[in-house]
Write a protein that binds this ligand. Structure first.
Ligand SMILES: Cc1ncc(COP(=O)(O)O)c(C=O)c1O
Length: 479
């Protein structure tokens, strides 16, 4: 970076990373793209902090991190430069070890890995990777793959649609045939396609607030207005929805996460379910039901989805995902709807993506059919339940009087309400400085003025040692 050139910070979508890690990643990107060349001088930390409106400690921490990793060299009294000897094998940024910034209040010169209290990610270390790889390999060398044209149905492979229809019938009580199923790259695509199929530009969709911002992005991409409806201990405030539907003729759909509300984890109460179906019928609202983590239920029987009870007149798009059961990087989601609605979604999908990943779909169909997916779900439930309980004890012991929470019946996160006068945003900022990423309530609202003072704390991807360290960091950084 010569004089006058700029580092472009691209903050990650979920904002879960500390700013200095984002800054360090931006600098690496600039080096990889050749915008910063070996030997180039970096701006001084003071001037870069000023131009990027960051704390100088943040820039310091990013430079230190990159120096430790060998991307940059610090030359006494001269400044910081891109390393001259960036060889073919560049230092890996995958194994992050960060130095605590001077003002973190944490132990000074030690290095430690970044901890991410995710918003509810699964642990990829326990997924049946070997079995999936084996099934994928089998699919790639199968006679049908070798003799096929490579192109197939935009709704997904018939094998996976059949397996999913069967799986969802048994697991979620859905009466679905393969014609009712569309396989997508994650449920994000399913939400995007559903919005395009049920909403015209300018129409409105009601969503839970707090809720899932990536779904809102998908709805806005379809030209829809997104209107928040409050959430309480029984889930979506359905009477609020009824009043909204009365006064807002453009309202055509409602999106919700009834099983484990995102982010608060509550389950939509039975009375509210019935009332919601009634309101949808009365006002002609389509229902987009996101059942993203239904396999992760620990207490009692899973509550059946709205889609299992809706009458045929209602437009319901039921959306699910394998992201929470396997890993988000395995991009498989699905939508279940009436064939005409599904057809519209499939047409749209074909225009942007033609079809999904056939060998992966075949491999997953095999894992469902031979029971591997269910075996894995049982194992995951056992491990995640133990982690949930471990986290609950740690939170009680270390932060008892500062926070309150209900132990969730399912899902992969705890909704942690903060005590009086504690700001989730401030606390998350301080935790980030100490190397702990945690999602504050502002992340989940349309209107930050009504952001809950709370954290969504995912527990499934960390083992007990890391969970304890994360809670300790939270305690140490309490404002
Ligand atoms: C509410 C909600 N829906 C869906 C998903 C899954 O998204 P995808 O299937 O695109 O990975 C998530 C993942 O975080 C989520 O929180």
């Amino acid at each position: 970076m010569g004089k006058g050139s700029k580092i472009t910070i691209e903050l990650s979508e979920d904002g879960g990373q500390p700013v200095f890690i984002n800054l360090a990643s931006s600098i690496i990107r600039d080096i990889e793209r050749g915008r910063l060349k070996p030997g180039d001088a970096l701006p001084g930390t003071r001037s870069l902090a000023k131009s990027l409106k960051l704390n100088r400690n943040t820039v310091d921490a990013a430079y230190q991190e990159l120096t430790l990793q060998g991307w940059l060299v610090a030359k006494p009294s001269r400044g910081t430069f891109v390393a001259d000897d960036l060889s073919e094998s560049k230092p890996s940024y995958g194994k992050r070890h960060i130095r605590a910034p001077a003002d973190s209040g944490a132990s000074e010169a030690t290095t430690r890995p970044l901890l991410h209290l995710s918003d509810g990610l699964p642990d990829p270390r326990i997924m049946p990777g070997v079995e999936l790889a084996r099934a994928f390999r089998r699919a790639l060398i199968s006679p049908s793959f070798l003799s096929g044209s490579g192109y197939g149905d935009p709704r997904g492979s018939i094998a996976l649609r059949t397996s999913l229809a069967d799986y969802l019938m048994q697991e979620r009580g859905l009466t679905a045939a393969p014609e009712n199923v569309l396989v997508t790259r994650g449920s994000q695509m399913a939400l995007f396609l559903a919005a395009g199929a049920v909403l015209e530009p300018g129409q409105a969709i009601a969503v839970e607030e707090p809720g899932y911002p990536l779904a809102w992005s998908a709805f806005r991409a379809a030209g829809a207005r997104v209107i928040g409806v409050p959430v309480g201990a029984q889930g979506l405030d359905v009477e609020h929805l009824a009043r909204l539907a009365e006064r807002e003729p453009a309202l055509k759909a409602v999106y919700l996460t009834p099983h484990h509300q995102y982010p608060t984890t509550v389950t939509l109460g039975a009375g509210r379910r019935l009332r919601l179906l009634q309101i949808a019928r009365q006002h002609g609202l389509a229902i987009l039901e996101d059942d993203y983590d239904h396999e992760c239920r620990f207490e009692g029987r899973p509550v059946l989805p709205l889609a299992a009870r809706a009458d045929p007149e209602l437009s319901v798009v039921y959306v699910g995902s394998l992201s929470k059961l396997l890993a988000p990087a395995v991009r498989i989601g699905y939508a279940v709807a009436k064939p005409a609605l599904l057809e519209r979604m499939a047409d749209h999908r074909e225009a942007i993506d033609r079809q999904g990943d056939l060998p992966l779909e075949q491999a997953l169909a095999n894992l469902i059919d031979d029971g591997e997916l269910r075996r894995h779900a049982r194992k995951a439930r056992r491990i995640y339940k133990a982690r949930r309980d471990f986290l609950a004890v740690e939170l009680d012991q270390q932060l008892g009087e500062a926070v309150s929470f209900d132990i969730p019946a399912g899902g992969l996160a705890i909704w942690l309400r903060l005590g009086d006068d504690l700001s989730a945003e401030t606390w998350a900022g301080k935790a980030a400085q100490a190397g702990l990423a945690v999602a504050p309530g502002t992340r989940f609202v349309l209107d930050t003025a009504i952001a809950p003072e709370a954290f969504r704390v995912g527990y499934a991807s960390l083992d007990d040692t890391d969970l304890r360290r994360a809670v300790t960091l939270l305690r140490q950084t309490r404002p």
